[in-house]
Write a protein that binds this ligand. Sequence first.
Ligand code: FAD
Ligand code: SF4
Length: 493
Amino acid sequence: MTDRIPSAPRQTAARRPVDLRLRDWREVHEDFAADRLERQAGRCMDCGVPFCHLGCPLSNLIPEWNDLVRTGRWQEAADRLHATNNFPEFTGRLCPAPCESACVLGINADPVAIKQVEVAIADRALERGWEAPIRPPAGARAAGRRVAVVGSGPAGLAAAQQLTRAGHRVTVYERADAPGGLLRYGIPEFKLEKRWLDRRLDQLRAEGTSFECGVHVGADLTAARLRDRSDAVVLACGARVPRGLPVPGADLPGIYQAMDYLTLANREVAGLGNPAADVAAASAAGRHVVVIGGGDTGADCLGTALRQGAASVTQLEIMPQPPRQRPDGQPWPLYPMIYRVSSAHEEGGERVYAVSTQRFLAGQDGRVRVLVLADADLADGRVTVRPGTEREVRCDLVLLAMGFTGAEDGELLRGLGLGLDERGRVPRGDDYATSTAGVFVAGDMGRGQSLIVWAIAEGRSAAAAADRYLAGDSALPAPIRASAAPISLRARL
Ligand SMILES: Cc1cc2nc3c(=O)[nH]c(=O)nc-3n(C[C@H](O)[C@H](O)[C@H](O)COP(=O)(O)OP(=O)(O)OC[C@H]3O[C@@H](n4cnc5c(N)ncnc54)[C@H](O)[C@@H]3O)c2cc1C
Ligand code: SF4
């Protein structure tokens, strides 16, 4: 039990030394001692109006579990945490923590280390077996209906867990050979060790959720057959269509979309095997690597390339370098766009801002060898290339990490009588229902490429909507409407 001391300094887990962590794929953070954690939780002021709730799309009960940790009641804290979040071991590691930007302490001091407390509670709960399978109430299974969830990223998994716990018979269909979506094959091991994902999947299976992997719905299983097998469908297929780079030479060998590269690398780390020629062609070992795109996907490519033994890594960003401090136009409690240093940036590589790629040139072997770039100016929201600033950058491997244009438009959507809007999303009402009765959409597929915390919140909410459709009513929580926007946007509306 520690006192409530908001003036205590903020502390988070130290990162392992760079030279050590570059030699393995393990998570970069050291463990954080429980007594120090209780002290950190004691920085929470238990505000009358907890703005951190507004920052968190899941409305996590942050002051409540901070207080339970502060007073050493960890198992109760785990119960309160799991009351709103199916997978705090993912968000506690990977969430950019808009809750911390909205923390009241952050007005004139460092915010509470909310994410640190969250992951510590989640890990302790999994390690001590407090996360036993939750079975539906007696008799609920008999009344339950058949639900198909398509896609097993965080949105699909959250929807499946909620619906199974409500008593429905849920089958998750996944195109890849293992469940997890971007948690498994996008996000590298050094950010999320897959053992956490596998432990959570064990819980889902023990609760009764079924998984059919290696099934591409729309191809291996038609939309019509899917509907025959289910009373309701939750689509959670992500927003996986990558943005292209329409410049000369963009189709040269040695240029990869980030997700293709990260999938190969993640499979390799997990010992799942890839065609040897693909691994050799896409490996960064000994190569000069250029990552195009300054966001988080680009940083994941950077950390991966450094661990593979790249000779150099340069990360290019078309926008100017953001400020280091909160700009005036993005005051508390908004999530500010500022210069951030991820663990991968700490490990090496060079970041170059305000540049635009003009073309690629091949070497004698036909593989990419040179990238030509030029300075880019931003004015009135438009980027223009500054004449006379062209220069060459050596590259043997180029990774395109410029974001995603939306969901895939294919047989699955056509077979269900659905399509995409102008931003590549599957249209839906505020209740996650599409125009086809009994078909709901959750996660990036409906929202556009977003964050894990939003995917979980959407999965939970879509589950409530599907349950209501099937049973006429639902006791499942629905944390957000489909149109809910982040606090930063909401404040301007
Ligand atoms: C490289 C990378 C790193 C990221 N890092 C972070 C981070 O650190 N923190 C964070 O908060 N967010 C991060 N994100 C964003 C986050 O991962 C996504 O917002 C989140 O995974 C979306 O979840 P989802 O369930 O909607 O979709 P996804 O995770 O994309 O899962 C969709 C699943 O559907 C499957 N599928 C698609 N079509 C079919 C079909 N027809 N039949 C069967 N299965 C199908 C796919 O194979 C996939 O497994 C990252 C994204 C990327 C690309
Ligand atoms: S899920 Fe994200 S926003 Fe919510 S409490 Fe955790 S770190 Fe904060």
